[in-house]
Design a protein around this ligand. Structure first.
Ligand code: SF4
Ligand code: FES
Length: 326
């Protein structure tokens, strides 16, 4: 098995493993950020360049360094390869440039954006960005459009990561939308505004790293950090029925798929679970969902201050003061 060393930490991985996957296996701060790669979507990655790393030794056979930073999500490890991520100051600087490019057309509307608090681009710009943009030209403008009954597209926020296109291709029955145009006129579009109404299309909202695709059943109902995410499940014939329900009091404000520590969906959920089951009686609530990423959601202390339990007999959600022993 090829052995790779990333920021001084070595690991042996199966042939065909990308540098990014190898870094995820090691874990911790050395894992490069990823805005377009999604391990559950085939052929994703290679569009955004946030995952760039510096290869200081190509392999045992050919130890020459690679001349430019490479996209770690699309570069496979070679035996003896040595890679730098956070230990290379010039690489960290180069990534700041990538973030600046991602932000040149992105509006600073976080105060009114539904994705705020769980936006990968917001987190990335805090961790890897610079404070100011040098961009002086007019930003791109688009009308907001409804793509189907349940999804709203804000094209101004889109970073063209292609994840939603891959969901349509690989998770839904067929694809009605894609990227049209190239360069600075590229945009996500549906053919003649055709609605994206296929089952499982709601997963596009979960994979969108920014607030470009939002859930029309949840928009503007609450800031995400005022809600309490709970693991919940129901019997569903189309998907596993395992979700996270986001509660405000007894109200289910939204339903999403469960995400892992890299912010990726664990299991795709169907549109019925996501958009049509908005009452607590529809769900068996298991308990608080730990949000494992840096997020303001953790700041509402829903996991420690309250223990919510479901009264199965009348399916009414009860709030109980937890005994915080600390
Ligand atoms: S709408 Fe979202 S998921 Fe689709 S390409 Fe744009 S940023 Fe990516
Ligand atoms: S995550 Fe690798 S290029 Fe986008």
């Amino acid at each position: 098995m090829p052995k790779v060393t990333i920021d001084g930490q070595s690991i042996e991985v199966p042939e065909g493993t990308s540098i990014l996957q190898a870094a995820r296996l090691i874990g911790g701060d050395i894992v490069p950020p990823a805005m377009c790669y999604y391990s559950k979507l085939k052929t994703s990655g290679g569009y955004c360049r946030t995952c760039i790393v510096k290869v200081t030794k190509g392999s045992e056979k050919d130890p020459r360094p690679m001349p430019k930073p490479v996209a770690s999500c699309r570069t496979n490890v070679m035996d003896g390869m040595e890679v730098q991520n956070i230990t290379a100051p010039d690489l960290v600087e180069a990534r700041k440039g990538v973030v600046e490019f991602l932000l040149i057309n992105h509006p600073l509307d976080c105060p009114i954006c539904d994705q705020a608090g769980e936006c990968d681009l917001q987190n990335l710009s805090y961790s890897h960005g610079i404070e100011k943009s040098r961009y002086e030209f007019k930003r791109r403008e688009f009308e907001k459009i409804d793509i189907g009954e349940n999804i709203k597209l804000h094209m101004t926020r889109c970073i063209l990561c292609y994840r939603c296109v891959k969901v349509a291709e690989q998770v839904c029955e067929s694809r009605d939308h894609g990227v049209i145009g190239r360069g600075d006129v590229a945009e996500i579009s549906t053919y003649i505004q055709k609605a994206v109404d296929k089952d499982f299309s709601g997963n596009m909202i979960d994979v969108c790293p920014v607030g470009a695709l939002t859930d029309r059943t949840f928009r503007f109902k609450s800031r995400v950090w005022f809600t309490k995410p709970m693991n919940a499940h129901r019997k569903c014939t189309k998907c596993s029925g395992k979700t996270v329900v986001w509660l405000s009091g007894d109200d289910v404000l939204r339903v999403t798929a469960r995400k892992d520590k890299f912010g990726e969906v664990e299991e795709w959920i169907c549109n019925e679970c996501r958009f049509e089951r908005k009452e607590t009686k529809d769900w068996n609530i298991e308990g608080p969902r730990h949000i494992d990423r840096q997020s303001v959601i953790a700041q509402n202390h829903y996991e420690v201050n309250k223990q919510l339990k479901i009264d199965v007999s009348n399916q009414k959600l009860l709030g109980e003061k937890a005994h915080n022993k600390q």
